[in-house]
Design a protein around this ligand. Structure first.
Ligand code: PLP
Length: 456
């Protein structure tokens, strides 16, 4: 039985039993908005209480098909039995013992496992563990400056790297992330992203007019931009960055916090182009939802700084490490491959949308299960997100006018087919087309009859 069937029982997924949001969800939203920080950018009023695989149950008993996965975090689905068992076992053994100050076996084992699955330039790698994406971005900035003795850092327009001061200074996806918080970290420049011809900016603008290449410590890049709109760079772009870094002794930092941990059909998105970074950052999917992040770097870089240079009380907490080890086992045991195959299914199913809604659907792109659909306006992207929610499918906006699909890597063929059908209906509704021309129904029926189970 697939993981989702244990929660859903005989019910189909999705299965909506109230209007949305339901009465309990509405009451909860009012309660939440009394007590929580209004800075939280809630997308729509889903109030989940339990999950299993790709099935999410809300406070009113509605069942949703989750193609948002907690912003690309629940890589192994909700409550994967192997991850839950590892967490429970570790929680009963040792909850915390700061690895910054003492020797914690599972911390070193997690560093080894993550370093072994991460190709970095120059071969030998070591790792540092934190709790969240933004923390390891901060770590990368500190390490790059320390190891190179250079002050400047380059990030990209459209990038998202987090919201603490260093990382938010690299972030350039929306000006609201900077509004009211300046001055930000000095010494940060933003390059245009994605096209091979954009690489000329380095020689013609940055190194010629702003700062010498010999003073640039690092170029920090998302191999596929996440929050910026699931933007896939042109072939040759990441190779070009590697060449610029090699020429000038600059460190290439790959932020794989959203694109990594198998999501794109390879363990790391950058592997899709055969490029090796000097430093790679992971978080989100690497521990299936427990707070764990890692910086993996060329060993000689980490060996440049000594005791006290960096650390964290909770980073590499034993329970989070146990979840990461179980997650990596599952990724290597078939989920990375499933992401690739299900990604192909998604691209094949979504490709006709452009032809069916010309001008309205502007682009369908992505790698593996990092899938972006771009619409003509931000309003239409938001309306499609809402129309999908109203049908029980959870998706999430990104970029200016795109919607992302980022399901768990355990997604089955039938679940993907259902999501594609519902998404197509949501698009048709917002585009103003009568809903009596469902797309992909036949494909879904065919997939459902094969009785394919969720992988992993
Ligand atoms: C590429 C990327 N980097 C960094 C971050 C920040 O991670 P966190 O929210 O865990 O601090 C995110 C979060 O969305 C991200 O997508």
């Amino acid at each position: 039985m697939s993981a989702s069937n244990r929660l859903a029982g005989d019910r189909p997924v999705p299965d909506l039993v109230t209007e949305l949001p339901g009465p309990k969800a509405r009451a909860h939203v009012a309660y939440d908005e009394t007590w929580t920080s209004p800075s939280l950018p809630r997308a729509y009023p889903i109030v989940p209480v339990r999950g299993d695989g790709l099935t999410l149950e809300d406070i009113d008993g509605n069942l949703f098909l989750d193609f948002a996965a907690g912003i690309a975090v629940n890589s192994t689905g909700h409550a994967h039995p192997a991850v839950v068992a590892a967490i429970k076992e570790q929680a009963g053994e040792l909850l915390h013992f700061s690895a910054s100050d003492f020797y914690l076996p599972i911390y070193a084992e997690t560093c080894q496992r993550i370093a072994e699955i991460t190709p970095v330039a120059g071969g030998r790698a070591r790792a540092y563990l934190g709790n969240s994406g933004t923390e390891v971005v901060e770590t990368a900035i500190k390490l790059a400056r320390f190891a190179t003795k250079r002050p400047y850092v380059v990030a990209f327009l459209g990038a998202f790297h987090g919201r603490s001061y260093g990382s938010v200074s690299l972030t350039a996806s929306k000006s609201k992330y900077h509004a009211g918080f300046g001055p930000l970290l000095p010494g940060v420049y933003h390059a245009p992203y994605g096209r091979v011809e954009d690489l000329r900016w380095f020689d013609e603008v940055l190194f010629d007019k702003l700062v010498p290449a010999a003073e640039v410590a690092a170029i920090v890049v998302e191999p596929i931009q996440g929050e910026g709109g699931y933007i896939v760079p042109e072939d040759g772009f990441l190779h070009g960055l590697r060449a610029i870094c090699d020429q000038h002794g600059i460190l290439l930092v790959a932020d794989e916090i959203q694109s990594g941990a198998g999501r794109t059909g390879t363990m790391w998105a950058i592997e899709g182009w055969g490029v090796k970074p000097d430093i790679l950052l992971t978080a989100k999917g690497i521990a299936s939802g427990l707070p764990l992040a890692a910086l993996v770097a060329r060993a000689d870089l980490l060996e440049a700084w000594g005791p006290g240079a960096h650390g964290s009380t909770y980073g590499g907490n034993p329970v989070a490490c146990a979840a990461a080890l179980a997650t990596i086992d599952l990724l290597q045991g078939g989920l990375v491959e499933n992401a690739r195959v299900r990604g192909e299914q998604a691209q094949a199913g979504l490709a006709p949308l452009g032809g069916r809604f010309p001008g309205f659907v502007r682009d369908v792109r992505g790698r593996g299960l990092m899938i972006g659909i771009e619409f003509d306006t931000a309003e239409h992207a938001e309306e499609v997100q809402w129309a999908a929610f109203q049908r029980g499918l959870l998706v999430l906006e990104c970029g200016k006018s795109s919607v992302r699909l980022s399901p768990a890597l355990t997604v089955s063929e039938a679940e993907m087919a259902t999501a594609l059908r519902i998404f197509g209906e949501a698009v048709a509704e917002v585009a103003g087309e009568p809903a009596d021309r469902p797309i992909l129904h036949a494909a879904e029926a065919a997939h459902a009859m094969t009785g394919v189970e969720a992988a992993g």
